[in-house]
Design a protein around this ligand. Structure first.
Ligand code: PSV
Ligand code: MN
Ligand code: MN
Length: 394
């Protein structure tokens, strides 16, 4: 290993991982939503909790909103509130999956009235972005069918393209649309945006302000996700990540918990493809790094702290790959040598150097321990009674 931690330490400055507001609410499975003492009752309390994650790690300056879960009367006031507690408002996520009208689809629906309702909801999200200063509109659709023959797959694609165009045309110059794909759930026969290729086809047709969102939990088991990362970066269309980890389905567990090696491989391709670091340096459009997780049985704030630390740890290891040596090994067909170079970086324990990196920047060496010692969890448990149910579980 010729690359040292000191030589990559500066590249860790400015790393930003956006937190999802919904990670701070109670969540669960379709079997049970357990409530956690101290769970936020309002978006303001969620922002206050998210600010703890940023305060202790320096890694999470933005919080993503989900509309209507985080609906408020005055988004400019919410923006000011966020700034007051030390965070910014980030990606605005639309929601067309919890309304009876969308039983058979939203942007793909056969009924023009329902389609327009779904389009109008996205217009409302863009209004929110204008007030919050958010740059990204994230669209994930529950649209799909359960039985062969239930819907006209081709017709649904055509209607989707038309609806997306109407939404895209409303974006401001500095705003982006990111289209998330998912191969199953809640529809189980087909979904209308099942894979990166379908998302890519739509966002490419829309134009230069539209990108693909890659949620790490939305692939079939065994999918080589880092290949998708490499390809989308090559095509200039990787807009954002929803990070989480999974053992079986869309588990939404802590990123890096199930398969740290996969997270390392993803981060290596991000670095290799110019998706990491300031946009001007990389020459590509910036990639937004977001978490999309739920904390069903563990405390939510430490769950989010652990998550951003996991991303930072695998980013550091990915930056440690000796790219010059790797290039040489690859060029000479040194299969095992090349593999060893990558594995050397993966096996490098960066926890000590990262603790020192934090201390040198006025952050606690161990953010998990600092949170546990802060008394914040006991304070919110005492102060907040009747936390919000997740909108998923409700
Ligand atoms: C859908 O599974 C998804 O990953 C989308 O990103 C939604 O916005 C999010 O979950 C909501 O929890
Ligand atoms: Mn997601
Ligand atoms: Mn998901």
């Amino acid at each position: 290993m010729t690359t040292t931690f000191d030589s990559i330490a500066g590249q860790l400055d400015g790393q930003a991982i956006e937190l999802p507001s919904w990670a701070f609410g109670n969540s669960g499975t379709r079997f049970k939503v357990f409530s956690t003492p101290g769970t936020p009752r309002t978006i303001q309390e969620k922002l206050t909790d998210a600010a703890q994650v940023h305060r202790l790690t320096g890694l999470a300056p933005k919080v993503a909103l989900h509309i209507p879960w985080d609906k408020v009367d005055d988004y400019s006031a919410l923006r000011e509130f966020a700034a007051g507690v030390g965070v910014e408002l980030g990606t605005v996520n639309s929601n067309t999956f919890q309304d009876d009208d969308y039983k058979f689809g939203s942007l793909t629906h056969t009924d023009a009235v329902v389609r327009q309702k779904a389009i109008d909801h996205h217009f409302e999200c863009i209004d929110v972005m204008n007030a919050t200063g958010s740059s990204d509109l994230k669209i994930w659709l529950a649209d799909g069918t359960n039985y062969p023959g239930q819907g006209d797959i081709r017709g649904r694609q055509d209607r989707l393209a038309e609806s997306l165009q109407a939404i895209y045309d409303r974006l401001g110059d500095e705003q982006r649309l990111v289209l998330e794909y998912k191969f199953f759930e809640p529809a189980f026969y087909h979904t209308d945006v099942p894979d990166w290729g379908t998302s890519y086809a739509h966002v490419t047709a829309l134009g230069e302000k539209a990108f693909v969102c890659l949620d790490t939990g939305h692939h079939a088991p065994g999918t080589n996700i880092e290949f998708i990362v490499a390809q989308l970066l090559r095509l200039g269309k990787l807009g954002s990540f929803d990070f989480n980890s999974r053992f079986y389905a869309d588990d939404d567990l802590i990123v890096g918990a199930a398969d740290p090696f996969q997270l390392f491989r993803i981060m290596y391709e991000v670095v290799r493809g110019g998706g990491y670091g300031p946009a001007t340096e990389s020459g590509t459009s910036p990639v937004a790094f977001m978490l999309d997780q739920c904390h069903n049985v563990e405390d939510k704030i430490p769950g989010q702290i652990r998550s951003v630390l996991n991303v930072q740890e695998m980013t550091a290891r990915a930056l440690l790959v000796d790219r010059i040596a790797l290039d040489a090994a690859q060029a000479t067909g040194d299969v095992l040598g090349a593999n060893a170079i990558l594995m050397d970086a993966f096996y490098t324990d960066v926890r000590g150097p990262l603790a020192a990196w934090r201390e040198s920047r006025g952050l606690p060496a161990d953010p998990m321990a600092a949170y546990a010692a802060s008394g914040y969890q006991a304070q919110i448990a005492a102060e907040r009674v009747g936390g919000t149910q997740s909108s998923w579980g409700a």
